[in-house]
Design a protein around this ligand. Structure first.
Ligand code: CLR
Length: 264
């Protein structure tokens, strides 16, 4: 992901004939991905825009802050793994994904699901007051104080702000998350050529989608420029989790199985 998408941002794949796809086929790729996203995104944009001004009260924030560190970690892990289940369902509905070997399906999901979740977070983020959806209502960074991971949370909220500034449509979020999931450079992939082909098609569809809205041509470049921050967040999350497990060695059981499977 770090090196690969550069040639897209330089606009070298402008010609869809390079991939041997016609306009109808690209439209078909788009429709499959957008449908998969809408069917697995947990909340519709309408629902989210209604919830956005429903904020946690001061008491609710205080009660989250006074939870013991372990309990807050557990609560977050439960919400994260719940959201990951939807990402898994999204992946399964993408054309080509289930035709990959099982090893590669697992590699792509393990490596990409947190990045997908972070991009999806844009939909559940209110940049005007720097709040995110958590436990059914919106709240600021202070909700997560008892985790003891301020630097991680600041990075996540920074990303939320940066992605919201791009004001991505649901269609663009769908195609962007699909492209991130289908990253051919994940370690231990056995058929990365196949994944590369699928990702090329997705980037092409994304480029078309962006042109449709005839907004700034460099939107794709801006989207790709957020990938390093996402990678930083994934590494930071892994570090924090490792540190937590060293401090609390007896707490393996508090995390949901899916969270452990993906991150431990
Ligand atoms: C992302 C978009 C999904 C719904 C969803 C579920 C869980 C939320 C997540 C969103 C955003 C990030 C989130 C997470 C629960 C905990 C996590 C608020 C809204 C925060 C940033 C804490 C992370 C702490 C780590 C130690 C796990 O459709």
């Amino acid at each position: 992901l770090d090196e690969l998408p550069v040639h897209y941002s330089l606009g070298l794949i402008e010609d869809q004939r390079l991939l041997d796809l016609n306009g109808t086929e690209i439209e078909y790729v788009s429709q499959n991905i957008i449908r998969s996203h809408l069917g697995t995104c947990q909340f519709t944009s309408d629902e989210l825009s209604k919830m956005v001004w429903n904020a946690h009260s001061q008491e609710e924030v205080c009660s989250l802050q006074s939870k013991p560190c372990e309990m807050m970690w557990q609560l977050c892990a439960i919400h994260v793994s719940n959201a990951i289940q939807y990402v898994v369902e999204f992946a399964k509905r993408l054309d080509g994904f289930m035709e990959l070997c099982q090893n590669d399906q697992i590699v792509l999901l393990k490596a990409g699901c947190l990045e997908v979740l972070l991009i999806r977070m844009t939909r559940a983020f209110n940049p005007s007051n720097n709040t995110v959806l958590f436990e059914g209502k919106f709240g600021g960074i202070q909700m997560f104080r008892s985790l003891g991971c301020d630097d991680l949370l600041f990075a996540i909220f920074d990303l939320g702000q940066a992605l919201c500034r791009l004001s991505l449509s649901d269609e663009e979020i769908a195609l962007f998350t699909a492209a991130v999931l289908m990253s051919p450079d994940r370690p231990r992939l056995t058929e990365s050529k196949k994944v590369q082909k699928l990702q090329d098609r997705i980037f092409l569809a994304l480029q078309k989608e962006i042109q449709k809205r005839h907004c700034s041509e460099d939107l794709l470049t801006k989207m790709i420029s957020k990938l390093p921050l996402m990678k930083t967040i994934c590494n930071l999350h892994a570090d924090k989790l490792e540190f937590f497990r060293i401090l609390h060695p007896d707490t393996a059981h508090i995390f949901p199985p899916l969270y452990k499977e993906v991150f431990c």
